[in-house]
Write a protein that binds this ligand. Structure first.
Ligand code: SAH
Length: 485
């Protein structure tokens, strides 16, 4: 190949001294060795490390941290014993304060690089209309915050007979997490970011499964029954739902299974089965049925009650969700008569927060069960000025527009891939005075903000919220205003 050949100054397996200059969006240290970029898991900005080169590509490589020569003042000991193996958290070795600062900077970098936006306070000559990015809103107690656990199940033999007779027990049911970068399941009973009730419930379900000789699904052979155990607990209500995701319809001794769960785990209000027989990493299959109890759990956010069914999206960190939604409502700046569209509404959480201050809220969401929940939730709270429709936001909202439903404010809260282009075009055509963009992915957020900016909106302010402490994820609420208003 012609063109400038990049000199690779390091060799595979070589040990090199590297200065760490940044952190990738996956939490790896970005190092420079003789100007060449090396990604190093576990290294932090400002550090100097000795690392062994593992893998080389043309313009960058990966290296393994061997020794810290100069440690960052922000480095802390990760409190979780399985942090290195697990990979579920990526930032436990960085102080919480520094995590929050890094998350804000990560948002700023995306807005500048991808969104081509000017951020107030960064760089020269920030103009009046520069975007204000607030400090990340953190948690005062950033542990045990998750209300939902989805635990993959597997089988493993254990060596018994402590006096060295080396008896290998038959394979038994285990469940925990996939070892970093693999699909090998490691048994685990405690996760420090999980609500302790979820940990207890999963541990009990595993014990009972073992007693009853339940087998776990094996991805390679396609055999075995139990794929995942999902548990969701209501932080306010204390209610809990167990979902057994199975490879097939029939659960042996299902009555006994239910009875044992009910005896052993008080407070469980529903046991649900979801059937997934496909060869896929996607957790849920299409078929869900209630084995016992209620098909939903109830929970409460700021005095609004929500019914949540197994397949519906519900934010995993309820403490921070309230903060996030408060900002969304504040940015919507409603005075009582507005028509508001809530795109990607899930079970209507943001919609119902907004409805308290709006004329009417129209919610749209792709998962039909979530829309059923949303309708039930409006009723549950006596809210009559919110209506919901199942469908693709990018299809339903243009149709609403043709039918004369024009919003004063549009709120969008899309999944990681961001908004569909057709939806952005509809927003530009509908031209609401305000757009509130709730995002869980700064890069697609920045991409979409550029489209809205080019169409005549101004990004006014961004509030990063730490919904997922100790992980690299960051959520943002963003206010955009129509320039000419
Ligand atoms: N606003 C809700 C849900 C946000 S998560 C809350 O805060 O709880 C994003 C939601 O978008 C999910 O419920 C997902 O099912 C839904 N979704 C994904 N793609 C969609 C699309 N193209 N149209 C409508 N909804 C979609």
């Amino acid at each position: 190949m012609k063109g400038k050949a990049v000199q690779v100054p390091v060799a595979k397996n070589e040990e090199v001294v590297v200065d760490i200059v940044g952190l990738t969006h996956e939490g790896e240290g970005v190092g420079r060795a003789d100007g060449f970029t090396l990604f190093i898991q576990g290294a932090l900005p400002g550090e100097r490390v000795r690392a062994k080169v593992l893998k080389l590509k043309k313009t960058y490589g990966y290296a393994k941290l061997q020794e810290l020569l100069v440690a960052s003042p922000d480095r802390v000991d990760a409190p979780c014993a399985i942090y290195k193996q697990c990979g579920g958290c990526q930032l436990q070795h960085l102080s919480y304060k520094a995590q929050l600062a890094w998350k804000r900077q990560h948002v700023v970098d995306n807005l500048e690089r991808i969104g081509k936006l000017r951020v107030a306070g960064s760089g020269e000559g920030a103009a009046d209309d520069a975007v204000v990015v607030h400090p990340t809103l953190g948690m005062s107690e950033p542990w045990r915050y998750r209300n939902k656990a989805s635990v993959p199940m597997g089988m493993a033999a254990t060596v018994t007979g402590g006096d060295g007779d080396g008896l290998v027990s038959p394979e038994r049911l285990i469940g925990g997490f996939y070892a970093r970068g693999s699909h090998r399941i490691i048994d685990m009973d405690e996760c420090m970011i999980q609500h302790s009730r979820n940990d207890e419930i999963v541990a009990r379900v595993k014990e009972i499964g073992r007693e009853l000789g339940i087998t776990a699904y094996n991805e390679e052979t396609g055999r075995g029954l139990l794929r995942h155990v999902m548990v969701r607990v209501g932080f306010v209500s204390g209610e809990a739902m167990i979902v057994l995701i199975t490879n097939g319809e029939r659960i042996p001794q299902v009555e006994r299974w239910i009875e044992r769960i009910r005896e052993a785990i008080p407070g469980v209000t529903g046991i649900v089965q979801n059937v997934n027989t496909r060869d896929t990493n996607v957790i849920f299959g299409d078929k869900t049925r209630v084995l016992w109890g209620s098909e939903v759990i109830y929970d409460e956010l700021e005095g609004i009650r929500f019914a949540i069914s197994a397949r519906s999206f519900y934010q995993v960190n309820p403490v921070q969700t309230v903060e996030l939604y408060r900002r969304a409502v504040e940015y919507a700046a409603l005075s009582g008569g507005e028509r508001v569209i809530d795109a990607y509404c899930g079970i209507g959480t943001i919609s119902l927060f907004l409805a308290r201050a709006a004329g009417h809220v129209y919610g749209v969401e792709i998962v039909p069960e979530a829309i059923e929940d949303a309708k039930r939730n409006a009723e549950l709270n006596g809210i009559t000025n919110a209506s919901f429709e199942a469908g693709l936001a990018e299809v339903v909202i243009p149709r609403w527009r043709r039918e004369g439903i024009v919003a004063d404010v549009i709120v969008v809260d899309p999944p990681r891939k961001g908004c569909d282009e057709a939806l952005l075009e509809t927003i530009l055509a509908m031209r609401p005075e305000r757009v509130v963009y709730v995002s869980c992915n700064p890069s697609t957020l920045a991409r979409d903000l550029r489209v809205l900016e080019d169409g005549g909106y101004r990004t006014v302010e961004v509030q990063p919220v730490d919904m997922f402490p100790h992980t690299v994820h960051v959520e943002c609420t963003v206010l955009l205003k129509w320039r000419e208003s």
